[in-house]
Design a protein around this ligand. Structure first.
Ligand SMILES: [Zn+2]
Length: 182
């Protein structure tokens, strides 16, 4: 019952966050992912992220892989995040708070990877690291408004990753889009 209550609470909070993400991810993206190499590129990016974060004691890495694929699917399909929580909760002995961390982190990674893949597809070299609100870790606050190249993610608190792709990170990348060639 406690877990259910927590779910309901998490659900509400996450759903608001989710809606804003989901609105950005248009039907167009689903087309792009389905019909161009962007989907595969995004998947590759996620695999590399997982390699970089192997030391992170979230879950066994095969499990992370599985959850990550589901998260990618969820982001692409615009599914509600409670699905992912429930799957994580159902398939492992994991506390609700941990399931929340895992789901949030994996959805952040999937979203970030798709953003990166789309950016690379149009020749973007990087992004400006944006942060919002209080409660951002000092290590992340130091990144505020810095330009980060896609091929050179920073290492913060001994974890390497792009804005929004680190555990519990609510930072986001404002993507640099190059001028179209004339
Ligand atoms: Zn952050």
């Amino acid at each position: 019952m406690v877990a259910n209550k927590m779910f309901a609470q998490v659900e509400k909070e996450e759903w608001n966050q989710w809606k804003s993400v989901s609105e950005e991810i248009s039907v167009g993206l689903r087309d792009v992912v389905g019909n161009t190499p962007v989907g595969q590129v995004a998947q590759d990016i996620v695999y590399r992220q997982i390699q970089l974060m192997k030391s992170l004691p979230l879950e066994a890495s095969d499990r992370v892989m599985e959850i990550q694929q589901r998260a990618m699917q969820a982001v692409i399909n615009g599914e509600r995040p409670d699905q992912l929580y429930e799957e994580i909760m159902a398939s492992g002995k994991v506390a609700a708070s941990r399931a929340q961390l895992i789901a949030r982190t994996e959805i952040g990674r999937a979203t970030g990877a798709l953003t990166q893949a789309r950016a690379l597809a149009v020749g973007s070299e990087g992004y400006w690291w944006r942060i919002e609100g209080a409660g951002t870790r000092p290590s992340h606050r130091k990144m505020k408004d810095k330009f980060v190249r896609w091929d050179n993610p920073p290492t913060l608190d001994s974890m390497t990753g792009h804005a929004g792709c680190l555990p519990n990170c609510k930072c986001w990348p404002e993507v640099h889009i190059p001028e179209p060639r004339k």
